[in-house]
Design a protein around this ligand. Sequence first.
Ligand code: BG6
Length: 510
Amino acid sequence: MDGIIASASSEVEGSSHPPRRAPSCVFVIFGGGGDLTKRLLVPAIYNLACAGLLDDDFSIIAVDWADLSDDVLRAQFNEALQEFVARRGTAATALREDMWTWLSQRITYLRGSFEEASTYATLAERIGSGNAVFYLAVAARFFGSISDRLGESGLVTEANSTFRRVIVEKPFGHDLASAKELNRRLLGVLRERQIYRIDHYLGKETVQNILALRFSNGFFEPLWNRQNIDHVQITAAETVGVERRGRFYESTGALRDMVPNHLMQLLAMTAMEAPVSFDADAVRDEKSKVLKAAHCVGSDDVVRGQYVAGLLHGEDVPAYRDEPDVARDSQTETYVAMKLAVDNWRWAGVPFYLRTGKRLAERRTEIAIHFRHAPYALFRDTPVERLTPNIMTMHIQPTEGVTLQFGAKVPGPTVRLGGVRMKFDYSEWFSDGPSTGYETLIYDCLIGDATLFQRADNIEAGWQVVQPALDWSARPGADPLCAYAAGSSGPVEADALLARDGRHWLALGA
Ligand code: BG6
């Protein structure tokens, strides 16, 4: 996190040193003709170019099967970029022709199979002896074989102080055993410091801000423990369904798709101890430790749901089982809620409730820290249990910021208490241009900072937490999926999960 995050200077006052330009590098994208490359990677690289963070010797080689030429690929990228700036930009961030010319001259296409040695031989010729990053923007089944081929062809051998790095997309494994196996295979060819396992949640400013908030301010951390916190709610609610990804989603489901990676990152950032420094290994050591302490106590603490047809924002939406490429009797969950315990000195007895799902009432990702009530009913007309709960919410998306909810005196001659909110909104304080969330991740990889990437043990620790839930759901006689209507807040069984502890979820779509 030496990179962009450190330069996101406080506009009030604070430390800031300008980010340095990344070293020269050939950026090879396997899956260079694919959706991820067009929608996110190229716009992110374009933004880095605009910010002056790329070296003049930066170039991109897009590798894919399709029959494309350099010019056709560049035209496709240009179209995607125009869309990107039109969708997210403002007049001031319209596509910069000078930047596009600079970038497009540095993009070439290589048609080839990911499995054949000839593709790698051509790559070796084109890359020469300089620095290179290999981005695996491909289906997960290719991760192992591409890395094997990179190893055999000598492309990841580092010499004369040049670097060779590999960025691996998700899903990283299908369960704990397959994640371990993939780590074993990658580590047979690469050193750990050459592997950058991506979780795009870590590219989100607001996720990075969790650490900034906790560890650069004096007043949160003393309260951040079991003495003061009653429970934590982590929500990643989506309104989208499975879109065109039915085939992928059928064999994945909400639990695998979101929990071991994104939700575990949010949990780890919220619950980890302060690292001794922001050095990549110091941060990742703390994340691993807290994830190793997290676990789901019993099968009653997991609720799996699937959406049936419903009304979302006034429109009829079909049931999951009626989506394209989904089995009519599918048993894949599109929603999961879990209660986790984190067994360490800081968190013993503080439940962490997690929920994520598709086709919910609202798109909202947030972490809500529910503090304990004030201990004593000083205000005679407002009993302790009716005081406004003190909640600190870290909003990840779509709004980005932090709110504090607390009680205040309602103006008037009698003492009456009412709930109020104090809000910090990112967009009001900082005026950054449109971003994809991949800028920081790509830049950090180029400068060799792995803080925002997952180490092998972090990935395995995330899977370790969800593996019992995967096992419980696969055993004969497992609890059936709970139905919820598209556009609702999820299954009632998820409400019951909290109600039995005398708690309730923050409302969705309210
Ligand atoms: C991806 C999942 O990793 O994250 C998708 O595969 C999900 O199913 C997406 O929609 C959510 O990301 P974001 O950034 O929209 O919260």
